[in-house]
Design a protein around this ligand. Structure first.
Ligand code: SAM
Ligand code: SF4
Length: 328
């Protein structure tokens, strides 16, 4: 079988598929200033187009697929798509969601074959949650996390993006929540992918600081991780439930072991979150390309995958596409 490699010798086995650029939240670090400038429906890949690309990617050695967006649960038909991916034999099938529409969908998602879920939660304080997401969905999201924890999706991964001066005072509260609920609490460094273009280095809360603050209160023991995993993982040394994950793309980049590519909702292949260009699979599909043409094109694009992002280099330019359009 052909496998996907880049010129730096990295094997690409993970694909993030954004199934929509639409979202029912407006998180400050993601799309708060975006106008409602969604792509027209015909610009978004149809389910049959997504099915076909998934098959082609799997024939190239993709084993891990994460469904994301925008907010994936706002698009009708997600469960059916997951069922088809499951039937194709995806080894590791997961989804990232803001949780607003999750609680009542857990059973159907599990029946379709979903086994892992990441839920975003940026504050444990209802008022602050509302200011960050610009919604009144705090209790709904907490309820969804509880529902996921009671289901086969447990333990849920709960993702918080910390922004200095907004929610960095909640590190210990989140750790305490992990201990009480048993979730895997993951802290993600704020990246320069926000629509407002407000990102500055000063707003990033370094993973090392988060580690030190939790460690001071509840000693942590590192859990071994695979080389390509983005999170450094820890359990509580006193045996309490829950886990901590630290994802440090800014202060400790993991590009050297990156095994990931992304497909945007409008059918563009991105080889890095911070790519300056993306590559148009939708046109190829719609112009009648064969599976072989698609495979050849994907292999050639992946070969040129960037060595790494350049956030920490002088002259770094924030990509024109923001997180909601790329698919986190
Ligand atoms: N809407 C879903 C959600 O929020 O979970 C899925 C899409 S969202 C773009 C995927 C992930 O990207 C979320 O965990 C979100 O917190 C994260 N994210 C968005 N903007 C970010 C930024 N500027 N820096 C770091 N993470 C970001
Ligand atoms: Fe929507 Fe997720 Fe972006 Fe928040 S982080 S605005 S929920 S896509």
């Amino acid at each position: 079988m052909t496998t996907l490699h880049d010129k730096f010798g990295r094997q690409i086995t993970d694909l993030r598929i954004s199934i929509t650029d639409r979202c029912n939240f407006r998180c400050v670090y993601c799309r708060s200033a975006d106008p409602e400038n969604y792509r027209d429906h015909d610009e978004i890949l149809s389910w049959p187009e997504l099915d076909r690309l998934a098959r082609v990617f799997m024939s190239l050695g993709i084993r891990k697929i994460r469904i994301t967006g925008g907010e994936p649960l706002v698009r009708d038909g997600v469960e059916d798509y997951i069922a088809r991916l499951h039937a194709l034999g995806v080894e590791d099938l997961s989804m990232t969601t803001n949780g607003q529409l999750l609680a009542e969908r857990c059973d159907r998602l599990i029946a379709a074959g979903l086994r892992r879920i990441n839920i975003s939660l940026d504050s444990l304080d209802a008022g602050k949650f509302e200011r960050i997401t610009r919604t009144k969905s705090f209790s709904t999201v907490m309820h969804s996390i509880d529902a996921a924890q009671k289901s086969r999706l447990a333990p849920a991964k709960v993702n918080a993006v910390l922004v200095r001066g907004i929610n960095d005072d909640e590190v210990e509260a989140f750790a305490s929540y992990a201990r009480a609920s048993g979730v895997i609490m993951r802290f993600i460094e704020f990246m320069p992918l926000d629509a407002d273009r407000h990102w500055t280095r000063g707003l990033v809360v370094p993973a090392a600081e988060i580690h030190q603050r939790i460690q001071a209160r509840w000693p942590l023991t590192q859990i071994p991780h695979e080389r390509s995993e983005t999170a450094r993982k820890y359990r509580f040394a006193d045996g309490a439930p829950g886990e901590i994950g630290l994802i440090a793309p800014v202060t400790q980049p993991f590009c050297g072991h990156c095994s990931r590519i992304r497909l945007t909702a409008d059918g563009k292949l991105r080889t890095c979150l911070f790519s300056k260009d993306d590559h148009d699979l939708r046109s190829l599909l719609r112009e009648g390309a064969s599976d072989e043409d698609l495979s050849t094109y994907i292999c050639s694009v992946v070969m040129e995958k960037e060595e790494g992002h350049r956030i920490n280099e002088p002259g770094f330019v924030q990509p024109s596409r923001t997180m909601v359009f790329i698919g986190g």
